[in-house]
Design a protein around this ligand. Structure first.
Ligand code: WQD
Length: 335
């Protein structure tokens, strides 16, 4: 039974990936520093799969703790989610983002180099494309200058991994997520935003449940059919399954290059207004919203060309926007 380390495994995407890895028979070890997650998620994962993952509360910025972990755990592959991920916060605290997101990555890669662990899946983001010149976005689209330190840590992270794979004979896959939303069918795990949600869907569900007065729609003057910005909203369970298939590809040594990138989205773009209308339909709740100014740094539209992941990973998103929004709503009602 292969043992997979999942860093950030108690977080939103990480916890769903742990469930899918266990469903496929992998042994899972979680490292999480609980800076943006809750220890209760460990029991939730266990109640879904019946298997309690091994858990270590470790700050990956502390090199000696990373080394001690690998001294005591033989690992076959790593899926690395652990990172700070708030775009706005990264503009205010760039050095914390570089120290955490880049520092922890370097320490993990050093352990992989020294212990011949050569299977690595990196949590990247479509944010590396900025506003792409062509839609849908393929993996060949040019990387644009990052709009935020957060986005820069994803771009730099991919570069560090690519160069490390070449130098130390490692194998890695970067998954460039579009917009992850939704919650597990069991409604036992889902998104747990701390404080005021930055992302659209948690703000929508918190408005619908009465925690927020009204949703601010950031701009309706974009060059899109209804004037609101377009994104590719992918169900977190579909996204989690892509990680299992990517790890399987590396473990079975089917990768064609030592560093591969895949766009992971639905391939369909939805505008903010389309999301609002779909949410009202599935929840039966009219949503209180107002149109305000655009948010600084937002792009007009992004949605994925998923051909590469469909053909090479043999992965395709299965859940619809409505299914994802309904699962988010059910999850919110349970909080
Ligand atoms: C989606 C759309 C907003 C909130 C970010 C990160 C990206 C990735 C996903 C980590 C946009 C609009 C939002 C609100 C709104 N994160 N919106 N009112 O900005 O596409 O991507 O999260 O990897 O890296 O950049 O996601 O959910 O913040 O916004 O109108 O209260 O909803 O303008 O058009 P985004 P988002």
């Amino acid at each position: 039974m292969k043992k997979i380390l999942v860093t950030g495994g108690l977080g939103f995407i990480g916890s769903h990936a742990v469930v899918e890895l266990q469903n496929k028979g992998y042994q899972v070890v979680i490292i999480d520093d609980l800076s943006n997650s809750r220890i209760e998620v460990l029991d939730s994962i266990t109640s879904i799969t019946g298997i309690k993952p091994d858990f270590h509360q470790i700050d990956l910025r502390v090199k000696i703790d990373v080394q001690n972990f690998f001294n005591n755990n033989s690992i076959d592959g790593i899926i690395h989610f652990a990172a700070f991920k708030a775009v706005g916060e990264s503009v205010e605290k760039p050095l914390e983002y570089y120290e955490n997101n880049i520092g922890s990555l370097v320490y993990l890669l050093q352990e992989m180099r020294d212990r011949k662990i050569d299977n690595f899946i990196f949590s990247s983001s479509c944010t590396v494309y900025g506003q792409a010149d062509e839609l849908p976005i393929t993996e060949k689209a040019p990387i644009k200058p990052a709009e935020s330190p957060y986005g820069n840590t994803k771009q730099i992270g991919e570069e560090i991994i690519k160069e490390s794979c070449n130098a130390y004979n490692l194998n890695a896959i970067a998954l460039r997520y579009f917009n992850p939303i939704g919650a597990h069918d069991s409604i036992k795990i889902g998104e747990l935003p701390l404080g005021v949600p930055q992302n659209l869907i948690p703000y929508v569900t918190q408005t619908a449940i009465g925690m927020r007065e009204e949703l601010s729609v950031f701009g309706d003057d974009y060059p899109t059919p209804d004037g609101t910005a377009i994104r590719d909203y992918i169900h977190v369970v579909d996204l989690a399954k892509a990680h299992v298939l990517a790890m399987k590809r590396l473990l079975e040594k089917k990768n064609n290059k030592n560093f591969e990138t895949f766009n992971v989205g639905t391939g369909t773009g939805s505008s903010v207004m389309e999301v609002i209308n779909a949410f009202e339909k599935v929840s039966g709740k009219p949503l209180n919203y107002k149109i305000v100014e655009r948010r600084q740094g937002d792009i007009t539209a992004a949605y994925a060309d998923t051909t590469f992941a469909n053909e090479v990973l043999e992965w395709k998103s299965e859940k619809t926007l409505e299914e994802a929004l309904l699962s988010s709503w059910k999850w919110q009602q349970k909080q």
